[in-house]
Design a protein around this ligand. Structure first.
Ligand code: GLY
Ligand code: MN
Ligand code: MN
Length: 439
């Protein structure tokens, strides 16, 4: 914890610097950041799982305390208004006493609707940052989530502090342990549901704690891009396993995918080739490179790979021109990663929030930004047999596809390989592989 405490000190300094800068520019007294509130389920007396405002957890790893607030202006010591009700129905968190607490003036709030007593008096000079605009209204805020402030913060969020990089490494370390356990479970014959249980148990995080719903897909289910059903029954035949599963460390996310084949097959050879392709794309990452160019190059390499395996018979150019690679790899190469799995700021080209959209031919790409040191991105090329997309191809495209091979691969579903990478000035740090998930 010592190293993290040291890094955290600089992290808070940097956040204070950013807030001071944007508040001076926008002529506001400071930011009042709401952790959030529970959402009640329709016609029920139960709440959905609480998800903290990412702007709140940027400041401190406090993920499970609704009705709490941060008052920050970049000059004064930040204030944490910590909700601690008298409540015999629910668990009330202890007043925190840990590596981050010395950086805040902590005020206790026992009744959520009494927060005004602890907030600055001239509330109209401050900006509300949070989800509950009705609450902001009642409190008298005139400035709520101002675009200029959010654009600024989201743009700079891409530039991770050393503390954030360390949290992301640790999230990877945890997720890698889960992936190794899940792989073993697959080879031991477990069902999707059982693999999920073993993964969560290994990483010691519940379904509501991991940063996104895990994708645990056996056989043809691997072709469903957002497959989150979990079959309890083990399939009769076992061909393949795709797992896209993450972990959380202090509110920072890992987002890792691996694909495995049960036995040696052409599909296994394809996994090996996709692994090589993915590493080649990662090698191209460096400051000054446009993420869009990496995505486009992935399509070129994929077209070559399809040709080498005889899945397509025309030229590499025609596989690209006819849209075959887009039917086989229909999602983006990846995205920024951090407090959010799809971290904000992927399209922001300056701190004013100038948005550069994904190219028209690649609408699902989630990052158009130029790479720079201290950014963290996923690289996740894929190759799938998705009949609805293949069927939509032109006759010319269909004529250059070896359908016998497609039929052979269909029961395996698809392949995705996803690593989490830090771009440094002089090298890339593949956190996922360095934590031991080598293939
Ligand atoms: N697991 C979500 C993604 O890979 O983007
Ligand atoms: Mn993923
Ligand atoms: Mn991802």
């Amino acid at each position: 914890m010592d190293q993290l405490a040291h890094l955290y000190h600089d992290h808070i300094s940097e956040l204070n610097r950013r807030v001071a800068d944007v508040c001076q520019r926008e002529n506001i007294a400071g930011l009042i950041i709401h952790s959030g509130q529970y959402h009640r389920q329709f016609l029920d007396d139960m709440d959905y799982p609480f998800k903290v405002n990412p702007h709140f957890k940027a400041w401190l790893p406090l993920l499970d305390n609704p009705n709490s607030w941060l008052v920050v202006n970049g000059q004064d010591k930040p204030t944490l208004i910590y909700y601690r009700p008298e409540d015999f129905w629910h668990k009330v968190n202890d007043v925190p006493q840990t590596f981050w607490t010395e950086h805040f003036d902590i005020k206790l709030l026992t009744k959520a609707d009494r927060v005004a007593e602890l907030l600055p008096k001239q509330i109209t000079d401050w900006a509300y940052i949070g989800e509950h605009l009705d609450v902001a209204d009642v409190l008298g805020f005139s400035s709520r989530n101002p675009d200029a402030v959010l654009n600024y913060l989201h743009y700079h969020r891409a530039d991770k502090t050393q503390y954030e990089l360390e949290c992301l490494r640790r999230a990877n370390q945890i997720a890698v342990k889960g992936h190794l356990a899940a792989k073993q479970a697959f080879y031991n014959g477990a069902s999707e549901f059982e693999i999920q249980q073993q993964y969560l148990s290994e990483i010691g995080q519940g379904e509501n704690e991991v940063p996104y719903g895990n994708i645990i897909a056996l056989n043809q289910n691997a072709a469903i891009l957002h497959y989150t059903a979990l079959e309890h029954q083990s399939p009769d035949s076992r061909y393949s396993f795709l797992i896209d599963a993450g972990a959380n460390y202090h509110g920072y996310a890992a987002d890792i995918t691996r694909t495995y084949a049960f036995g040696k097959s052409r599909f296994y050879e394809l996994i090996v080739a996709m692994d090589k392709l993915q590493l080649e794309i990662i090698d191209m990452m460096k400051p000054g490179v446009k993420y869009v160019d990496l995505h486009v190059e992935t399509h070129v390499k994929l077209a070559q790979l399809l040709n080498e395996f005889g899945i397509t018979t025309g030229s590499v150019e025609s596989a690209l021109d006819l849209g075959i690679t887009k039917a086989i790899f229909p999602h983006g190469l990846g995205h920024m990663l951090g407090l959010q799995v799809h971290d904000m700021g992927g399209f922001a080209h300056d701190e004013r929030g100038t948005h550069i959209a994904a190219p028209e031919e690649h609408p699902f790409l989630r990052c158009t930004r130029m790479l720079a040191a201290n950014q963290v991105l996923t690289i996740e090329p894929g190759l799938y047999v998705i009949d609805s997309l293949l069927n939509k191809l032109s006759d010319a495209a269909k004529a250059s596809i070896n359908w016998q091979l497609i039929d052979e691969l269909r029961p395996y579903g698809g392949i995705r390989i996803e690593d989490n990478v830090i771009v440094h000035h002089d090298r890339n740090e593949n956190m996922t592989r360095e934590q031991g998930l080598v293939d």
